[in-house]
Ligand binder design. Structure first.
Ligand SMILES: Nc1ncnc2c1ncn2[C@@H]1O[C@H](COP(=O)(O)OP(=O)(O)OP(=O)(O)O)[C@@H](O)[C@H]1O
Ligand SMILES: [Mg+2]
Length: 133
């Protein structure tokens, strides 16, 4: 069994009272340590799949197993912990807080998560030393 397993996952968006099926019974698995890429034309459902995988949106049908646990059964609180402790996500449009400096954006994680890396060290690891604005 894959570390990540999508089983017949459906996502329907509500568009002004009408349902739009963005993905229709998508199934795949990714093994632990495997490097995977999701490819497809604009509108194919890549972001929809990643939002479900990252615990940021709820599937309409189907199961999503991560390390043997079905995250579609998680409560909001469990999803919050899942997002904070288990998922790394780089957003297409960054989702930084524009009124905070680079250092403050990184430091925010330390306020939320025990054992987070030191913000200053983290910035220097990615070559952003001294970028406090
Ligand atoms: N919040 C939403 N409400 C209604 N329809 C949506 C919503 N989000 C996505 N869709 C629709 O679902 C389908 C899949 O969208 P999605 O954003 O997952 O595609 P994508 O493969 O990531 O595209 P792109 O390459 O442009 O990023 C598209 O038809 C899109 O218009
Ligand atoms: Mg997308």
């Amino acid at each position: 069994m894959g570390f990540i397993q999508f089983q017949k996952v459906v996502k329907e968006y509500d568009t002004g009272g009408r349902k739009f099926r963005a993905i229709d019974r998508v199934s795949f698995e990714i093994k632990k340590g495997e490097f995977a890429v999701i490819l497809g034309p604009s509108g194919a459902g890549k972001s929809t799949i990643l939002n479900l995988l990252g615990g940021m949106d709820q599937a309409t049908e189907g199961a999503i197993y991560i390390d043997g646990r079905d995250i579609t059964k998680y409560s909001e609180d469990e999803l919050t912990v899942y997002r904070r402790e288990e998922v790394g996500f780089v957003f297409q449009f960054y989702n930084l807080i524009p009124t905070l400096t680079a250092l403050e954006n990184v430091a925010l994680v330390k306020a939320l998560k025990k054992g987070a890396l030191d913000p200053q060290t983290t910035l220097s690891l990615v070559g952003l030393d001294g970028h406090v604005h």
